[in-house]
Write a protein that binds this ligand. Structure first.
Ligand SMILES: NC(=O)C1=CN([C@@H]2O[C@H](COP(=O)(O)OP(=O)(O)OC[C@H]3O[C@@H](n4cnc5c(N)ncnc54)[C@H](OP(=O)(O)O)[C@@H]3O)[C@@H](O)[C@H]2O)C=CC1
Ligand SMILES: Nc1nc2c(c(=O)[nH]1)N=C([C@H](O)[C@@H](O)CO)CN2
Length: 236
């Protein structure tokens, strides 16, 4: 009975928090990282198995898939967390920007889901899960991160397709956060403006993502859905 969960982008922040807490709760976590950081040793100490992979490099992604299929016979779940929040740049870089956004947020989840579906199907439990972490901007777009928003919308649409394709064994859902965590270089003015965009004027924090993940893993009836953890931003 496999409790092995693959999480992409465990090197910091939400992905790190999910890997840490799900492993402490008894899951065998397999994590991908791009940048090696000392903090990753804490995950290894918890038993997290780490694979280095830059998803912008197709060969590395294909190598990751081969290693996962060689080392694991079944999976309990896949959480697609890895993400790059690239702003729109000037037109010289436009094609490169949207291609990178589509690669990390749509092509990689698409390829991993198709390649690893047999491992999710062979899990002895009643259900396996695929969780796509998208974004509130899927419903609204973004003036400054249009390529990012479009790629997250593509990931949201993959939730619908894969939920139908893999039912009933594999549940496929999205988690769409709004203001989860600020970045270290966000100044007070930016933070106040961002918080004022929601009814609940605070960061959700990594814990909100973990709560949503645990709901989806525990559910026996939710698939093809989006859990919106946005502080009521859609009503402002
Ligand atoms: N923070 C927030 O307020 C919000 C977050 N979200 C979503 O929640 C998820 C987690 O957010 P957060 O923790 O803030 O994200 P971060 O941007 O802080 O971290 C993203 C992770 O993805 C990894 N990553 C980025 N590019 C690549 C790549 N090319 N190949 C492999 N790994 C890569 C990063 O690796 P590296 O170690 O190299 O940096 C990092 O570990 C993301 O999907 C994000 O889009 C949605 C809405 C709001
Ligand atoms: N990969 C990331 N995606 C997003 C981030 C981030 O830091 N990394 N941050 C946001 C913002 O918090 C936004 O929701 C509010 O300004 C969005 N996506």
């Amino acid at each position: 009975m496999s409790k092995t969960i693959l999480i992409t982008g465990v090197g910091k922040r939400v992905g790190f928090y999910l890997a840490q807490h799900l492993s402490q709760e008894g899951y065998q976590v397999v994590g991908t990282y791009r940048t090696l950081r000392p903090a990753l040793q804490k995950l290894e100490a918890l038993g997290v198995k780490l694979f280095q992979c830059d998803f912008y490099d197709i060969a590395q992604t294909e190598q990751l898939i081969a290693e996962l299929k060689a080392n694991y016979s079944s999976l309990r779940g896949i959480i697609h967390n890895a993400s790059d929040w690239l702003p729109d740049k000037d037109h010289e870089c436009a094609i490169a920007t949207i291609e990178k956004m589509m690669r990390i947020h749509a092509s990689t989840p698409y390829a991993l889901n198709l390649a690893l579906a047999p491992l999710l199907q062979s899990n002895q439990l009643q259900f396996s899960d695929i969780i796509h972490i998208t974004d509130y901007v899927v419903d609204k777009g973004s003036k400054k991160h249009a390529a990012y928003a479009a790629s997250k919308a593509a990931l949201q649409n993959l939730t619908l397709s894969f939920a139908a394709k893999y039912a009933p064994k594999i549940k496929v859902n999205s988690i769409a956060p709004a203001m989860l965590m600020f970045n270290p270089d966000d100044d007070d003015n930016y933070k106040q403006k961002a918080l004022n965009k929601a009814l609940i004027k605070q960061e959700g924090g990594e814990v909100e993502a973990l709560r949503a993940v645990k709901y989806l893993l525990d559910s026996s009836y939710t698939t093809g859905q989006t859990l919106k953890i946005d502080g009521g931003r859609h009503l402002v």
